[in-house]
Design a protein around this ligand. Structure first.
Ligand SMILES: [Zn+2]
Length: 334
């Protein structure tokens, strides 16, 4: 997921308004430190800052439209340099930092600023931290150094005092739900709420949680479609009996399958001879594998199942009903 500007960055409103002022005035500090636990968006924020610094628009930077912004967003801007990590500690060594010191006095290639990004700076040795300190002590007006770390306390004090520190915090659950919903419009309210709660305010954890749910749903849907097309009732019975243990997942699967069938029916009825490239793979499979009459019968069966489940009927019974009805319909000759 690409978050390209401050408006899209979730939570942390104080930091965002501080940065918005910096961006508007093009008054970037020479040294910036972004601290916060893993998953709060340190890399995303450093990229937004770097993009705003190279952006050629006078207002609303990063504009994400100019040549500089576009190059930054695809990680190919020559004035934005990510320091490469090496060695056992997977961090930057003194030699790399000395090289930066030599290069940083050369003017930027294309933008007004040259930005050096040191990610996970807290993994650096003390010696390397001292080398960076020397670098920050003699800044040039066109250079910005961005350091990210889990906690500023793990770095030497003299280095921290040279930087403007932005401390990212955990995000309110309501904001996380809103954010997840925006990026996962098909996820159920219940799954969104659960993912937000499990995350404890950590946006990366929330995204991982909701993705694991949606991926599971996608693979279940693929199974269901292939067991229908293969006319393999036995596999379907075993598959649904495993799934029946969790009523919520069971209903979610049938609801999503119903949606796919309805979309497939609409496409068949409108007799589009060629499917568009964006059409989901599952829809293409249904359209190619089932006649319209059978798709409509399956829609009818699933609508009944979703209606019956409201009366609290056991998912195992509903599975049995589905298998009997669905396979008697798809086994019929034309
Ligand atoms: Zn721009």
């Amino acid at each position: 997921m690409l978050i390209t500007n401050l408006d899209e960055f979730v939570g942390n409103s104080t930091i965002k308004s501080q940065l918005a002022r910096i961006f508007d005035l093009k008054n970037f500090p020479n040294s910036i430190m972004i601290e916060g636990e893993s998953g709060l968006g340190k890399s995303t924020l450093s990229k937004i800052i770097a993009t705003a610094a190279v952006c050629s628009s006078l207002k609303n930077s990063p504009c994400c439209k100019c040549k500089n912004c576009k190059k930054s967003l695809c990680d190919s801007h020559p004035d934005i340099i990510y320091l490469e990590k090496s060695g056992i500690s997977q961090s930057f060594g003194v030699n790399e930092i000395r090289k930066v010191k030599k290069e940083s006095c050369i003017l930027p290639n294309e933008a007004s600023f040259k930005i050096y990004i040191f990610e996970e700076a807290d993994k650096m040795t003390r010696q390397a931290q001292n080398a960076i300190l020397k670098l920050l002590e003699e800044p040039s007006n066109s250079t910005i150094f961005i350091l990210t770390c889990n906690s500023a306390h793990s770095l030497i004090n003299t280095l921290c005092s040279r930087c403007q520190i932005f401390s990212l915090s955990l995000v309110d659950i309501d904001l996380i739900i809103k954010f997840l919903k925006l990026h996962n419009p098909n996820a159920s309210e219940e799954d969104l709420g659960k993912a937000a709660k499990i995350s404890g305010g950590n946006i990366k954890k929330a995204l991982d949680e909701i993705h694991s749910k949606t991926n599971a749903l996608e693979s279940n849907l693929k199974n269901m479609i292939s067991f229908i097309l293969e006319k393999n009732e036995w596999k379907m019975i075993v598959f649904l009996s495993d799934l029946s243990a969790n009523k919520e997942n069971f209903i979610c699967l049938f609801t999503s399958f119903l949606l796919l069938l309805k979309k497939s029916a609409i496409i068949k009825i409108s007799s589009k001879s060629i499917l568009s490239q964006n059409e989901k793979e599952e829809i293409k499979t249904i359209i190619q594998g089932l006649e319209l009459k059978k798709i409509l019968s399956l829609i009818d069966i699933i609508e009944k199942i979703l209606e019956y489940q409201k009366s609290n009927i056991d998912p195992n019974m509903l599975s049995a009903y589905f298998c009997t009805q669905a396979y008697s319909c798809i086994n019929q000759s034309k």
